[in-house]
Design a protein. Structure first.
Length: 235
């Protein structure tokens, strides 16, 4: 299933997206800009998007109203607030399903599609409830920020420029995973060429030096296999 996240917690939802992709083979995309999210829904094809999971903290009916968009295109999408503060954690899936039923009255889903959606919502709930994710979901818990905050402090301390930080933050959000040069180049420049690879090499070299010198957040960028990098946070 294609799932779109619209969120204020990009790193956290990237982690959720990785879990949903790796464990359940979903195609998950994470957005922090409502208009960019809307544009990608249209480019993908509204009928192809199986679920939109929105952060309750950033929802703005004035800027993007998904219900008006659905009405305009005569296609109602399953839409939930993944961190709604109004649902008990033991009853979150039923709460989501009830809301979807009410919003989709004029565009009834088949029993097969509804059963598939319920399975997906159960998978999402299981992922959000996991101990390495749940404490950081805003509105569900009074908890510390996800480590992205610590990473921003790392950037400020070391005066890391935006393009280099884009490389670092992508590696950080996929820490302990092998990330290919192609993925990094496409993420930073939307281009994969020898010219971009050479620039990437120089960025990685600079970031490795910074990681070795920083005294508060201990990280290392390794090259576990050919044309791949991996960031590790050292305890």
């Amino acid at each position: 299933m294609i799932i779109f996240f619209l969120t204020t917690q990009e790193s956290l939802c990237s982690r959720i997206a990785s879990c949903l992709t790796e464990n359940y083979n979903h195609e998950v995309r994470v957005f922090t800009n409502p208009r960019m999210c809307y544009r990608n829904v249209i480019l993908t094809g509204i009928s192809k998007v199986g679920l939109i999971a929105c952060d309750y903290m950033m929802f703005d009916m004035e800027e993007i109203n998904p219900f008006e968009i659905m009405s305009l295109h005569k296609c109602v999408l399953p839409f939930i607030f993944y961190n709604t503060p109004f649902a008990e954690h033991t009853d979150r899936v039923s709460f989501w399903l009830n809301k979807i039923h009410k919003r989709m009255r004029s565009s009834a889903m088949s029993e097969e599609k509804m059963a598939e959606l319920k399975d997906v919502l159960m998978q999402l709930d299981k992922t959000i409830s996991s101990p390495d994710i749940n404490p950081y979901v805003r509105l569900l818990n009074e908890a510390p920020d996800f480590p992205e905050v610590e990473l921003n402090c790392f950037r400020q301390r070391n005066h890391i420029q935006s393009s280099r930080f884009k490389v670092l933050s992508y590696l950080f959000s996929h820490k302990d995973q092998e990330i290919s040069e192609e993925d990094l180049c496409m993420h930073v420049w939307n281009d994969f060429s020898q010219k971009r690879i050479r620039v990437l090499y120089s960025y990685i070299c600079e970031l490795r030096k910074i990681c070795r010198q920083d005294l508060k957040l201990h990280m290392a960028i390794s090259r576990p296999s050919k044309q791949c990098y991996c960031l590790t946070v050292i305890s």
